[in-house]
Design a protein around this ligand. Structure first.
Ligand code: NAI
Length: 329
């Protein structure tokens, strides 16, 4: 199959080449998929895209006109794909589910520990040979109440690590995970989770039900000094509300791997541009906010699994026209 791979960074290339075993004709490009760049896929049966590519209805229609029938996501999340339009056009879309839940869960924990224990700040001070401890007090995670929104693959991996830290675990999810009982995770309503948790970690998908699920009224319910961890999708938290509650001192810390307007920002070199997104600039101005640029997935194991499953999806489409990971069935 001839496949145009959008948003494919140089570090992914050798891993994709190895997974492919010369089976498919892969064309690698660092450009994101958009209405303008869709034309690059002319002559290809499939495209492969990542989480910040634009696979809205208009873009899918443009791809379809060019002869593209398959969209192989190199991500688990698919909030950026208009599946209704894909189904109408009879295009197949498959994702890479659960390629490495621990990669993202461990990153969430890394952010939480780094912010709470002032690791970044202590390194700046260390570099300046300022060895005072005055600004570096954190808190024990042990004994805290951790609320997990979305207890699927990643949420449960995070919960298990937090269980090891000796925390009380609360969960909110319309679908309860049978593993919850084994680590003492108690399911409660969202309101109760927000009221009781010292740390809230978000692990649900972004969709029409979860967009701005954490907004002004939800922040009002939270404990003073609450830590928010979001490694899921930026659009689940209303950034303006988060900023208001950081500025008011209600939110004690925010650990973010995602941002609601990250498309076009994360994954690119903006060193020589003046950022125009005032909310992002404001977020970065808080000492108690730690942001990484959507790198939760970035482990060697996860990259290998993403490449392997992407190629398996292409193999399955080539052989029988459908893949076990199809989202369009
Ligand atoms: P999953 O499908 O295993 O789990 C998602 C869970 O969220 C399910 O249990 C589901 O029932 C629950 N859920 C759905 N609607 C909900 C709601 N309204 N309230 C509470 N829970 C709800 O998915 P997985 O693999 O755990 O991934 C979760 C999300 O993590 C993905 O959708 C993606 O957006 C994000 N992600 C982020 C990455 C990163 O690099 N930062 C990498 C991979 C995924």
């Amino acid at each position: 199959m001839k496949v145009f791979c959008y948003s494919l960074k140089p570090f992914e290339r050798p891993i994709m080449v190895q997974a492919n075993h010369c089976k498919h004709e892969l064309i690698f490009n660092e450009q994101s998929l958009s209405l303008d760049s869709a034309v690059l896929a002319e002559g290809c049966e499939a495209v492969s895209i990542f989480s910040n590519d634009d696979a809205s209805g208009e873009v899918l229609k443009a791809l379809h006109k060019l002869g593209v029938s398959y969209v192989a996501l190199r991500s688990a999340g698919y909030n950026h794909v208009d599946l209704t339009t894909a189904r109408r056009l009879n295009m197949r879309v498959a994702n890479v589910p659960a390629y490495s839940p621990n990669a993202i869960a461990e990153h969430a924990v890394a952010l939480l520990l780094a912010l709470n224990r002032r690791i970044v700040e202590s390194q700046w001070l260390m570099q300046m040979q300022d060895f005072r401890l005055d600004t570096l007090t954190g808190f024990n995670i042990h004994g805290k109440t951790v609320g997990i929104i979305g207890t699927g693959q990643i949420g449960m991996a995070f919960a298990k690590i937090m269980h090891g830290f000796g925390t009380h675990l609360l969960g909110f999810d319309p679908q309860q995970n049978p593993q919850a009982a084994t680590i003492g995770l108690t399911y409660v309503g969202l309101e109760e989770l927000l009221r009781q948790s010292d740390i809230i970690s978000i692990h649900c998908p972004l969709n029409e039900h979860t967009q701005y699920m954490i907004d002004e009224p939800q922040f009002v319910l939270m404990k003073e000094g609450v830590y928010i961890v979001n490694t899921a999708r930026g659009g689940i938290v209303r950034t303006s509300a988060l900023i208001r509650h950081l500025a008011a001192g209600k939110v004690g810390g925010a650990c973010l791997d995602v941002y609601e307007r990250e498309r076009g920002l994360f994954f690119f070199d903006h060193r020589h541009t003046i950022l125009q997104d005032e909310e992002f600039i404001r977020l970065r101005s808080f000492k108690n906010v730690l942001i990484t640029g959507h790198q939760g997935f970035l482990t060697a194991e996860a990259l290998r699994n993403i490449a392997d499953t992407t190629i398996k999806n292409l193999d399955a489409w080539e052989r029988q026209g459908r893949s076990p990971n199809d989202l369009t069935d």
